[in-house]
Design a protein around this ligand. Structure first.
Ligand SMILES: [Fe+2]
Length: 181
């Protein structure tokens, strides 16, 4: 459904699910717990279905008002999933993907003590996947640039230090095998 509406988010969601799963596995998650983490990654941008198509696929710069509308999507992800019995945890892990440990994220402005490890994993997986993708306005970033950006976010107190290090390790171990032999 997401692919039909927005050509980037479908592939991006699969990528986020896969990176989150790899990080979770490395951190010792298994069984249903790991599956739930992957599902949270796959569904993190579900709320984009509630954002008007015109804004979602707008080439060029968004106005402040349009950006505000886009920023509501994690709220809709949370709201939709939390209404499904048995998906309450997934609703949080997915719906908090734009939250940051220092409270500067959106839409709930949560801080570190409210953000579980699983939410932190989805946050890092989302940033990693986005930087690894070609976008209409830029090419995928180099590993060096990605290391610098992610570690910068840790220094600013936004992303979890351990999760970032594990994320960089697992992504570039795999990516080097696939992309650079
Ligand atoms: Fe998002």
């Amino acid at each position: 459904m997401i692919s039909a509406k927005d050509r980037y988010t479908g592939k991006h969601s699969i990528e986020v699910g896969s990176i989150a799963k790899t990080i979770g596995k490395y951190l010792g998650f298994g069984g249903e717990h790991l599956e739930m983490l992957e599902i949270a990654g796959l569904l993190h941008d579900l709320g984009k279905l509630a954002v008007p198509l015109k804004i979602l696929n707008k080439p060029g710069k968004l106005t402040a008002k349009e950006f505000e509308l886009i920023k509501v999507h994690p709220f809709y992800t949370y709201k939709t999933l939390s209404q499904v019995k048995g998906m309450e945890k997934i609703a949080c892990w997915a719906g908090y993907h734009h939250e940051r440990l220092d409270g500067s994220g959106y839409p709930f402005h949560l801080t570190s003590h409210e953000l579980e490890l699983e939410s932190r994993i989805i946050q890092v997986a989302d940033v990693l996947a986005a930087l690894l993708e070609d976008r209409p306005y830029r090419r995928a970033l180099t590993p060096q640039e990605i290391f610098q950006i992610l570690r910068g976010e840790v220094e600013k107190g936004k992303l979890d230090a351990q999760v970032v290090e594990v994320g960089l390790k697992v992504v570039f171990q795999t990516a080097f095998q696939v992309r650079w032999g």
